[in-house]
Structure formats: C-alpha cells, structure tokens
Design a protein around this ligand. Structure first.
Ligand SMILES: [Zn+2]
Length: 177
C-alpha cells in the first residue's frame, strides 16, 4: 500500500470519530506499515490465534525454547494487530464515552502502533497480570534483559524513553529482517 492511501485511511477514521487530521500530523511516533507476510504463531495466553512475520516467528520460537531451557516460561499475549483492529478498539472506547485525546494517551492512533508491523510482541509469564508493570519484577523480565538481544528482540519502550509512550516492560520487538 502506498503511504498516501495509508494516511487517507487514518484520516478518514479520525474524522469519523470527530477528530481531525492534526491528530495524525502531530503524532510524534513513526508511521508503522502493516505487515504483508504473516505466519501463525498458534494460540496466545488467552487462546486467541496470533500472527507475526515469519522471521519474528522463527526468532520468537527460538527465544521461547531457550527461556524454557532456563526454566523461564514466556507467554505470548499479543502480536500482529491490523490498522482495522486498532480502529475497532478505539471505536469501542469512544462508544463507552471516552474522549479521543484521553484514548490516544494509552492507545496508538491507527497506523502508529508497532504491532502493525508483525514484529512487536507483548509478553507475559505466569504470575503478574498480563500487560502490567509488575512484569518487570519477574525472572522472565530479567531473562529477557540478558538474553533477548541474542534472538534479535529489544524492548521498544523502556522507562523514560523519548517516544512519548509510557514504560512498557512487556513490549518487545524483533528487528526488521
Ligand atoms: Zn505492545
């Protein structure tokens, strides 16, 4: 898809919800194009099928196995999310009475989520509630900090990062192939 079509989809969506194009233009995050080639990664911790790029899948499988051999259980919470999925998520929040400005403090504007690329994984481990900061108190998090780079993964949003996104110790991305 060419960038112009992509940004048109985003702008139409923002207008549909009563927002305007400046929300996109002022977004400090890089635009993230949707992955074109996806492979099934099986079921996540909530029994939903998850998808990621074939290279990310290969790296994720190797990393999960290596962690398992060190008696660390890495669980998948979320991987690829389409622009349309992100739009649906935000429509639901608007329908529940939330303001767009508040929603976009937590959720990426469609087109700007690293999950569109099929390279970003939200990870968990038995114990803490998935997608909570408590993940950084686990042995799994320590393991990732030491070993994830060997499997081409890095934490996208460490504490005090400069992207404007809150600290997300559970969100790890594979390098582009
Ligand atoms: Zn994430």
């Amino acid at each position: 898809m060419i960038i112009q079509d992509y940004t048109n989809i985003i702008d139409n969506f923002l207008r549909e919800l009563g927002g305007d194009v400046n929300l996109r233009l002022n977004c400090q995050l890089p635009l993230q194009l949707e992955a074109l080639d996806l492979a099934s990664a099986g079921r996540d911790v909530f029994d939903r099928e998850q998808w990621m790029t074939p290279f990310t899948l290969k790296c994720w499988q190797a990393m999960r196995l290596a962690a398992h051999q060190d008696e660390i259980e890495l669980q998948l919470v979320s991987a690829f999310r389409s622009v349309e999925y992100q739009c649906g998520l935000i429509r639901k929040k608007v329908a529940a009475g939330q303001q767009l400005d508040d929603i976009f403090k937590i959720s990426a504007i469609p087109g700007f989520s690293e999950h569109h690329t099929g390279r970003a994984l939200d990870l968990s481990t038995p114990g803490p509630e998935p997608l909570s900061e408590a993940f950084d108190q686990t042995a799994a998090f320590d393991w990732l900090n030491t070993h994830a780079h060997r499997f081409e993964f890095s934490m996208s949003y460490p504490r005090n990062n400069t992207t404007g996104i809150n600290y997300e110790p559970w969100h790890w991305a594979c390098r582009a192939q």
